[in-house]
Design a protein around this ligand. Structure first.
Ligand SMILES: Nc1ncnc2c1ncn2[C@@H]1O[C@H](COP(=O)(O)OP(=O)(O)OP(=O)(O)O)[C@@H](O)[C@H]1O
Ligand SMILES: [Mg+2]
Length: 305
């Protein structure tokens, strides 16, 4: 059954909790998420947004999950104030699903800590095939969804909805008539603009790798390289412009960096990164995507091990 928008709003206001937005690309998930957040905010409930779309990110740069707290209504999702980030390492959820789900769990918990009772989780449009279905079910579980808002042109979200854990309230909507499709070139241009804007505020920073805990192994030429060996064992061309997460001891992302050089036999590394959210960098997390300081996406390596 297709619900009306007002019925969705009513149900969410009556039963606060996590709301996961589901749908293929360009059906209007983000627009609806922002609209829903506005209504909940106007109704006087504390609302937060977890942006788990690591490609077309609105909160934080691509490759991250972002947490935003709403204290007033917004025109667009991107206006929501960023409160925390978690590094996923790639724009594509296929490559790094376990970091995506870890990020959702972590930022939903943080949203509760900030006092939010309704947490709207925006997701990628990857919903098809066994892997897409399994990924979305894991994201829904990670977010402890109480509601799922499924926006579908036909029945494309039904294979996920059939497999939801009991107790999740499902609301089906059709895409808005004005929802517009974007080409893959437009989507890439959007990501590159987001990266460029993020790194524009960056400064060169020298990291003493011996003083940081390094996390997330990298696979190169079919071989798994342990996190602490990446700077010494990966060829320079594979290190250049690799994204790294600079996190605090608890794993919260303080800044995203792009590698510009390795020195002192792998003991020191130069990155370009904006000023961190807080000066508590204790962990370096290796990403899989390479992005230049100008925002250009370079070849992706083989994925997280
Ligand atoms: N109600 C609406 N009125 C006007 N434009 C809309 C509306 N809903 C969506 N759009 C437009 O359609 C496009 C896709 O919408 P949106 O970004 O919300 O979709 P999405 O499902 O989040 O896409 P993605 O899968 O890329 O994250 C955007 O350009 C958006 O501005
Ligand atoms: Mg979106």
């Amino acid at each position: 059954m297709i619900a009306g928008w007002r019925a969705v709003v009513r149900a969410v206001l009556d039963a606060p909790g996590s709301v996961v937005m589901l749908g293929a690309v360009d059906v209007g998930k983000t627009t609806r998420a922002a609209a829903l957040a506005n209504v909940v905010c106007r109704a006087g409930q504390r609302v937060a947004i977890v942006d788990a779309d690591t490609g077309q990110s609105d909160l934080g740069p691509p490759t991250t999950v972002g947490l935003g707290a709403m204290d007033r209504p917004v025109h667009r999702m991107a206006e929501v104030q960023l409160r925390a980030m978690y590094f996923v390492g790639d724009t594509s959820p296929q490559a790094t699903l376990r970091f995506l789900t870890a990020g959702i769990t972590r930022l939903v918990a943080k949203a509760h800590d900030l006092g939010a009772v309704t947490i709207i989780i925006d997701t990628t449009g990857w919903i098809r095939g066994p892997a897409g279905i399994a990924a979305k079910l894991r994201e829904i579980k990670a977010g402890a969804a109480r509601h799922v808002v499924a926006i579908q042109r036909a029945e494309e979200v039904e294979p996920i909805l059939r497999r939801l854990p009991p107790g999740v309230m499902v609301h089906r909507l059709r895409p808005h008539a004005r929802a517009r499709r974007r080409s893959s070139a437009e989507r890439r241009a959007f990501r590159e603009r987001q990266f460029e804007r993020y790194f524009r505020g960056g400064r060169p920073r020298s990291l003493d790798l011996r003083a940081l805990r390094q996390e997330r192994a990298v696979t190169y030429a079919g071989v798994r390289i342990a996190p602490a060996d990446v700077a010494t064992r990966l060829p320079a061309a594979e290190l250049r412009h690799r994204l790294v997460g600079l996190a605090d001891g608890a794993g919260d992302l303080m800044a995203l960096g792009t590698v510009t050089g390795v020195r002192a036999g792998g003991a020191a590394m130069d990155v370009l990164a904006p000023p961190p959210l807080a000066d508590r960098i204790a962990v370096l997390q290796w990403g899989t995507l390479r992005v230049s300081p100008a925002g250009r996406e370079e070849r992706r390596s083989e994925g997280a091990a």
